[in-house]
Design a protein around this ligand. Structure first.
Ligand code: ZN
Length: 256
């Protein structure tokens, strides 16, 4: 199995509402596999692979995976220090953000690498009480390594941000940002690649803005009016230390 496509999909820049880069990859993959490919009003990309059945017998099967990912939006650029403040797009646990590398899509669509840092004193300067304090999303800022003047020239309020991560193979697993739901989109494309001689019409849809309310999936469903809908998305495996066996949905060991 080639992971080249999964790598391209997961590493691409596509927070909700800014899915252009990911959409382009999906569109290019769907073109040779489908009879028709189009982008609808809310930015979802649809590939139709017509069925071989008679017109009156053919059903519409919609397979959907969302192309957007969680991320951030710049809410303030400090013109003195160059540090950025942000709000989140989708849900985040603050514990997972400490010292993460990010990518800001600045003015003119220029990509700028940055680091999520915590406002306040470093740990060796904190009182014991201060070290017990939990983290809030508002404690973080993005350091671009730029002066205030340079940051203000390159970034403005409203610019989107995602994690910066390369796909890494670790044993039997892979690690990257945006597995939710680029792995679903990957499965959709690979399944379509293997589909030969389908009786019914298949609509493969890369949907937008799932993380902020399933918007692209909703509007695409109204457009296509499918008889059958299959949504591909991730879940929590719960196969890690601290998880209860009854909550486990995925066994850690591969089937024999
Ligand atoms: Zn998802």
């Amino acid at each position: 199995m080639t992971l080249q496509l999964l790598k391209k999909l997961t590493e691409s820049f596509g927070p909700s509402g800014f899915e252009d880069e990911t959409r382009k990859i999906v569109q290019e993959e769907l073109e040779p596999l489908c009879d028709k490919v189009w982008v609808n009003t809310l930015g979802s990309v649809v590939g139709l692979k017509k069925g071989k059945g008679k017109d009156k017998d053919r059903k519409k099967i919609m397979i959907a995976g969302h192309i957007d990912e969680i991320g951030f939006i710049v809410s303030h650029v400090d013109e003195k220090t160059g540090f950025l403040r942000f709000v989140t797009v989708g849900g985040f646990d603050p514990k997972t953000l400490v010292c993460q590398q990010v990518m800001v899509l600045g003015k003119g669509k220029h990509k700028l690498p940055g680091l999520l840092s915590i406002a306040g004193k470093p740990i060796h300067m904190q009182t014991p009480e201060e070290t017990k304090k939990g983290l809030a999303l508002t404690d973080f800022y993005i350091d671009l390594g730029l002066s205030g003047k340079e940051a203000a020239k390159k970034v403005e309020v409203g610019d989107p941000v995602v994690w910066l991560r390369e796909l890494t193979e670790m044993g039997d697993l892979v690690n990257c940002k945006a597995m939710d739901d680029r792995v679903g989109v990957y499965v959709m494309i690979e399944a379509l690649r293997k589909t030969k001689g389908n009786t019914h019409d298949i609509y493969a849809v890369g949907t937008t803005q799932e993380e902020v309310g399933l918007r692209g999936a909703t509007t695409s469903s109204y457009e296509i009016q499918p008889d059958v809908g299959i949504a591909l998305d991730i879940t929590l495996a719960m196969d890690i230390p601290g998880s209860e066996p009854h909550a486990q949905v995925q066994k850690n060991s591969a089937p024999a």
